[in-house]
Design a protein around this ligand. Structure first.
Ligand code: HEC
Length: 198
């Protein structure tokens, strides 16, 4: 089994790098594997959103935004790390105007394209992207989905964040760029990547 797993990348390399040059059956197999893994990515992403939103809303209700900021500060990266460990995928959130997580070059390019799609009238909720790419000789499936700014987000990401709260955010994130958003803007994106299991 192990030997077989190790064989797969070299087989793929020997076949072809581009999908266009692959035999039809190999292309179909890859496409099915991509679709299956994307479904799994989406489930992981939804689990992340549900857990974080639940904790954020509970903290807001109990202790207001000053308490909720601690949830985002500590729990958002923890939940992402836990889900990444459980699933074997790398899950993170990033933004063109980040608070905590600077995008990589490819994540930045994808999010710039998301802004162009939004400007062309695509609803933010429908904006997503994926690609299969080779990273260090391994086929990887990368996925990103835009995150819309909702009313509740404006407390900490809006145009007039309460000065006391903004001071706390600046203490935690001296390079914060993640304010000035309006409802409906793209706040950032979820990014998930892992080796393609095919
Ligand atoms: C109580 C304050 C607060 C609220 C409300 C809040 N956030 Fe954040 N947000 C933060 C903090 C703090 C971070 C940095 C934590 C991290 O992700 O490591 C953050 C980070 C993020 C990031 C990660 C990218 C980056 O900038 O580093 C995204 C995306 C994001 N928030 C989206 C949202 C959305 C969408 C909402 C509304 C549904 C929301 N936030 C509501 C405080 C808040």
């Amino acid at each position: 089994m192990k030997a077989q797993t190790r064989l797969i990348p070299s087989l793929l390399a020997a076949t072809a790098l581009s999908v266009a040059a692959m035999p039809a059956h190999a292309e179909a197999a890859t496409d099915a594997a991509v679709q299956a893994q994307l479904q799994d990515y989406k489930a992981t992403m939804q689990a992340f959103g549900k857990t974080l939103k639940g904790e954020l809303q509970a903290a807001m209700k109990e202790g207001g935004p000053m308490a909720a900021v601690q949830v985002c500060n500590e729990r958002a990266p923890e939940i992402a790390a836990d889900l990444s460990e459980e699933s074997g995928y790398t899950l993170r959130r990033t933004s063109l105007k980040p608070r905590a997580t600077e995008p990589t070059d490819w994540e930045r390019a994808v999010m710039q394209e998301f802004e162009a799609r939004k400007a062309n009238g695509t609803p933010v909720g429908e904006i997503a992207w994926h690609e299969v790419t080779k990273v260090d000789g391994e086929k990887q499936l990368r996925f990103m989905k835009a995150i819309a700014t909702e009313g509740v987000c404006l407390t900490c990401h809006g145009q007039d964040v309460d000065p006391k709260l903004k001071a706390e955010i600046d203490r935690l994130y001296p390079d914060d760029q993640a304010t000035g958003f309006a409802e409906g803007d793209i706040r950032g994106a979820v990014s998930i990547s892992a080796a393609l299991k095919d």
